[in-house]
Design a protein around this ligand. Structure first.
Ligand SMILES: [Zn+2]
Length: 69
């Protein structure tokens, strides 16, 4: 995980996550393996291929780094 910013070297790094808005609901953004499989009702996804995305933000320069674990 990001401890110091690789861009500016600052140690002011905070953990967070990206928000996804779907049908008025707010959920944590996720990584999905493969290419998007578009259907008439939306994207076909598999829970086994989905990982939540955790992000680290540098408070000095705003650089974001994402991890899907
Ligand atoms: Zn930075």
């Amino acid at each position: 995980m990001m401890r110091d910013c690789p861009k500016c070297g600052s140690s002011q790094v905070e953990e967070g996550f990206e928000i996804d808005k779907a049908h008025g609901e707010r959920v944590q953004a996720a990584f999905h393996k493969g290419k998007p499989d578009k259907r008439w009702w939306g994207l076909k996804t598999s829970k086994a291929d989905t990982l939540p995305i955790t992000q680290y933000r540098c408070a000095r320069c705003g650089y974001l780094e994402s991890y899907a674990i």
